[in-house]
Design a protein around this ligand. Structure first.
Ligand SMILES: [Mg+2]
Length: 121
C-alpha cells in the first residue's frame, strides 16, 4: 500500500505525529482540553460504526468494514499518542503501571471469567 515501515515504536510514532502537526503549525490549536475532546470524538466515531446493531450485525460490521474501523482506530491512537506526548507522559510506562494496578484490583483467582467490577468481586 505504501512504503511506511509496518511497525514503529511509540516514540517513533509520536515523532511522526509531531512532525505532521508541526509542518502544519497546528500546535497552536492542540491544547490539552481540545486534544482530550478530539480523542473522545474519534472514539465516538468508532462507536458509531456499531451503533444500534445487534450482535450479528456487529460481527458483520467487524468483518466487512475493516477499512473504516482501521481508520477510526488510527484516529483514536493518533490523538492518544499526541496528547500523551504533549503532557510528557510516557505511554509505555503508564500502560504497564496501569496493568500492574489492574492486576491487583482483578486477581486472576477472583476475576477469571467474571465481568464484575472489582468492587463486586
Ligand atoms: Mg475519525
Amino acid at each position: 500500500m505504501n512504503d511506511q515501515p509496518a511497525s514503529l515504536s511509540i516514540p517513533e510514532l509520536q515523532e511522526r505525529i509531531r512532525a505532521f502537526r508541526d509542518e502544519r503549525d497546528w500546535m497552536q490549536f492542540h491544547n490539552h482540553k481540545d486534544m482530550a475532546a478530539a480523542l473522545a470524538i474519534e472514539a465516538s466515531e468508532l462507536q458509531e460504526l456499531f451503533l444500534w446493531k445487534n450482535r450479528g450485525e456487529v460481527e458483520e460490521v467487524a468483518a466487512t468494514r475493516q477499512e473504516r474501523l482501521r481508520e477510526e482506530l488510527a484516529d483514536v491512537a493518533v490523538y492518544l499518542l499526541e496528547l500523551a506526548d504533549n503532557l510528557g507522559i510516557d505511554l509505555s510506562e503508564a500502560i504497564l503501571s496501569k496493568l500492574a494496578k489492574n492486576a491487583l484490583k482483578y486477581p486472576v483467582e477472583k476475576a477469571k471469567g467474571s465481568n464484575a467490577k472489582y468492587t463486586e468481586l
